[in-house]
Ligand binder design. Structure first.
Ligand SMILES: [Zn+2]
Length: 235
């Protein structure tokens, strides 16, 4: 994610009731009875941090505007709910608990999960099915260029058609990280226990040497080991 400071000048001159009016306008514009800060920051006249300063919290600003303070609203997709579990799981390095949904870093509370799936444990079950449901073996799109014939020649310049795409999907990356316990397979480092570590998912048999992007040809590597490997032609 790109690091940037909150814009602090936008909407500072608006009166409280003008801010609340703008909040209602934006909620209406996205067709809901509530609005999230990220959405408001895209279309609002002010910045969400101004509301926090004036009204104490985003939630109380929503309440003052007569909007729903809950994060739940119609229109959240299953995909968004699952993506939120995935990113929480990745930041914790383990299965998130229901109580952790209200905490910083979670886009949704437990409510939409219970409402959509019946319970948190059922939501997790559905999530697992979703994680496993992408097909890494769909035809790749990123090396079509390599498969184009050389102009004026009848032979194909690129390598033979591959079964998989070069880049693992987000879900596949997640599966590999979970399988490897969020640890580097070479040195055992984990960013959760060691500061400054970042985990990469790369090919065991390099893609450049014909390795496919399948779960069993992917491995978790820490930044240091990954760099060492890339010198050994793992591209
Ligand atoms: Zn390592």
């Amino acid at each position: 994610m790109k690091f940037e400071l909150e814009k602090r000048t936008k909407g500072l001159r608006l009166q409280d009731d003008e801010l609340l009016e703008d909040l209602r306008r934006c909620a209406k514009a996205i067709g809901g009875d509530t609005i999230e800060t990220s959405e408001y920051d895209k279309i609002g006249k002010a910045h969400s941090c101004t509301f926090r300063r004036r009204f104490g919290s985003w939630r109380s600003a929503l309440e003052r505007a007569g909007l729903q303070p809950g994060i739940w609203r119609v229109g959240i997709t299953d995909e968004a709910l699952f993506e939120n579990i995935r990113s929480l799981w990745m930041s914790l390095g383990r299965q998130p608990r229901r109580s952790e949904l209200g905490l910083l870093g979670s886009q949704f509370s437990g409510k939409p999960y219970a409402k959509r799936f019946g319970s948190w444990s059922k939501a997790l079950k559905e999530f697992v099915a979703w994680v496993n449901s992408d097909s890494p073996e769909e035809p790749q799109q990123d090396d079509t260029e390599a498969n184009q014939p050389v102009p004026g020649s009848l032979v194909h310049a690129g390598p033979p058609k591959r079964r998989t795409r070069r880049e693992p999907s987000d879900r596949q990356r997640f599966r590999v990280l979970v399988r490897d316990g969020f640890r580097c397979r070479a040195c055992g480092a984990s960013p959760l226990t060691q500061v400054g570590g970042e985990l990469h998912v790369n090919h065991v048999l390099p893609w450049s040497k014909g390795g496919e992007t399948t779960d069993d040809n992917l491995q978790t590597k820490c930044e240091r080991c990954n760099l060492g490997k890339s010198n050994a032609f793992n591209v």
